[in-house]
Design a protein around this ligand. Structure first.
Ligand SMILES: Nc1nc2c(ncn2[C@@H]2O[C@H](COP(=O)(O)OP(=O)(O)OP(=O)(O)O)[C@@H](O)[C@H]2O)c(=O)[nH]1
Length: 554
């Protein structure tokens, strides 16, 4: 039987589902896209905020360190000026006299005006001669001594509460030093002097090692403070191509740490770590962050990033890392922010709310999709049932009269087009009224349904059958001549005769039908209604001739 109509209906059914699906996919994609865009904006804002916090911190630390370095340059300029224009005062003459008296002693101290100046601490001529780095050049010795005396007056004025450094000192190659911190006793003077001149901050200012004569930073442990780590900034003092000594400042790690903690915003999560140029941790804003935070590989990645710019950021697993190189110090400030801290922070909270809103919206969307999908399914199945009912007879499941005529006419037109024969069989059950009368209407219905089953099995795929009246059926056989159609009608008639139909428990009956057959070639025409009328007339003839027979003529 023809399936065109069914396919058309299936096509109609599929479309609304597709439209619904496309609409929901579009809404889902739009909401996901918008959420993702918001997330990107939020991430950029987060990165900018992390950069800002670290940038402010680095600027603040730079400013303070620069202030200290400026002091160091000021002391150097003062001493150079004093070397260029030496002054001769009672105090300077007294200092020179004292120096001449004591210079042979293993260690000595010149304490002049201790309320206003710092003592000058020295070692003997012999000791100076024993070290190749040291020299007491008589031509410059006294000018340098009075310059050192001038510096000692200035150092007395330095206020360590306002600066990051805790100690400033001048160490001379001529075997003496002055320090802004008072010497506790003179016995330790020799060892202190030798500790100074053996530390790399001093030896590295040798002209061969420090061509530029600029500031050097050193991160080392200070034996005079029980091995405590200190940061030392130092500059060489040169005048007239002669290296006199080194001016230096010491910063304690504790002071650096205190400073970082004090400038870090209170509500700011994460840790700030100050590294020296070799990526050794100097200090961190959290004590537990003193242990190495990064693997050597990660530090190498940061170093690589630092080659591209003074600031930057990188992600290591759940750690967000921002760095900022310091201008005034040979090191880098690094801020780490774990995922945990990010989640606890403002940006994390906003991200979670955003993600939850997206999830909620998606769930609601999914819920409404399920509901609408069910509604569309119900609507489609209702539509398909209605469509089926409009075309089929519910009892026999064959085409109803209207649909059958429509299909049969189309089939006849097609056969005419292809010059194929077409035949029509019209048949009617014999004495059907008596079946209804004897066994009831339900039994009659069951007989009609059995008859439809027998017809459907007897026909080919391209044939169509329909119930055109109460107990009247019609079959169209495309491609069949009158003789072939008559054979088919005969076969069906015989099947009816041989079939024993079960009407109710223990009750069976035999049925018969009368058939009228017409065909396009033999009856001259493809007009279906005409062929059907001829077949109906022959059916009537079959009835008249005694029923249970096939009539193909007349
Ligand atoms: N059970 C049932 N009976 C139907 C249906 N449609 C029509 N009929 C009955 O079919 C019978 C047709 O009777 P008649 O037209 O007298 O024909 P007949 O009794 O078969 O006699 P002949 O056709 O002359 O052999 C009527 O009693 C209708 O009520 C139906 O859908 N179900």
């Amino acid at each position: 039987m023809s399936t065109d109509r069914n396919q058309q209906q299936t096509g109609i059914i599929k479309k609304p589902r597709r439209v619904v699906n496309i609409c929901f996919i579009v809404v889902f994609l739009c909401s996901t896209l918008l959420t993702w865009r918001e997330m990107v904006v939020l991430e950029n804002a987060y990165i900018a905020s992390q950069r800002n916090v670290l940038g402010n911190l680095a600027t603040s630390l730079d400013r303070h360190l620069q202030h200290s370095i400026d002091n160091l340059f000021f002391y150097r300029n003062t001493m150079r000026y004093a070397l260029q224009y030496p002054i001769s005062t009672d105090k300077s003459r007294q200092a020179i006299t004292e120096f001449n008296n004591k210079r042979g002693l293993t260690h000595w101290q010149i304490r002049l005006d201790t309320d206003r100046s710092m003592p000058i601490n020295g070692v003997s001529d012999t000791m100076v001669e024993s070290d190749s780095l040291l020299i007491r050049d008589e031509a410059t010795l006294y000018n340098e001594l009075s310059a050192a005396l001038e510096l000692s007056y200035i150092l007395q004025l330095s206020d360590t509460r306002k600066t990051l450094q805790f100690r400033t000192y001048y160490v001379s190659r001529a075997g003496y030093f002055i320090s802004s911190m008072l010497s506790p006793n003179s016995d330790a003077l020799i060892s202190r002097y030798y500790r100074h001149i053996s530390r790399s901050y001093f030896t590295h200012h040798d002209k061969r090692q420090n061509h530029g004569r600029g500031v050097r930073w050193e991160h080392s442990s200070d034996p005079s403070r029980g091995g405590e780590e200190v940061i030392t900034a130092s500059v060489p003092l040169d005048y007239n191509n002669r290296w006199y000594g080194v001016l230096a400042m010491d910063f304690t790690i504790a002071a650096m740490n205190k400073f970082l903690v004090s400038v870090l915003p209170e509500e700011e999560e994460g840790a700030i770590i100050l590294y020296d140029k070799k990526f050794n941790v100097i200090t961190a804003t959290r004590p537990d962050e003193d242990k190495p935070l990064f693997t050597p590989g990660q530090l190498a990645q940061i170093a690589q990033g630092m080659e591209k710019g003074n600031t930057g950021e990188i992600r290591f697993n759940s750690n967000f890392v921002t760095w900022s190189k310091l201008n005034a110090f040979d090191g880098v400030l690094i801020k780490t922010h774990t995922l945990d801290e990010t989640v606890r922070g403002e940006f994390g909270r906003i991200s979670i709310v955003l993600a939850l809103l997206w999830l909620l919206f998606t769930l609601m969307l999914l819920g409404s999709w399920i509901v609408i999908h069910r509604l569309v399914n119900n609507m489609m199945s209702l539509q398909s049932r209605l469509a089926w009912r409009a075309n089929y007879d519910t009892l026999t499941r064959l085409y109803n009269r209207g649909a059958f005529f429509e299909q049969a006419q189309a089939l006849a037109a097609r056969c005419k087009l292809h010059d194929q024969p077409i035949s029509v069989i019209q048949f009617d059950l014999d004495y059907f009224k008596s079946i209804n009368d004897r066994f009831g209407h339900d039994a009659g219905d069951r007989v009609l349904s059995h008859v439809a089953g027998i017809i459907s099995h007897a026909l080919r795929g391209e044939d169509i059958a329909g119930r055109v009246g109460g107990e009247e059926f019609c079959v169209v056989l495309p491609g069949a001549t009158l003789a072939q159609a008559g054979d088919v009608a005969e076969r069906v008639r015989e099947r009816f005769n041989h079939k024993e139909l079960l009407i109710r428990n223990g009750t069976t009956l035999h049925i018969s039908a009368s058939f009228g057959v017409s065909a396009s070639r033999e009856d001259n025409g493809y007009d279906f209604e005409c062929l059907q009328t001829i077949a109906d007339r022959r059916l009537y003839k079959a009835k008249q001739s005694g029923r249970n027979r096939v009539c193909t003529r007349g």
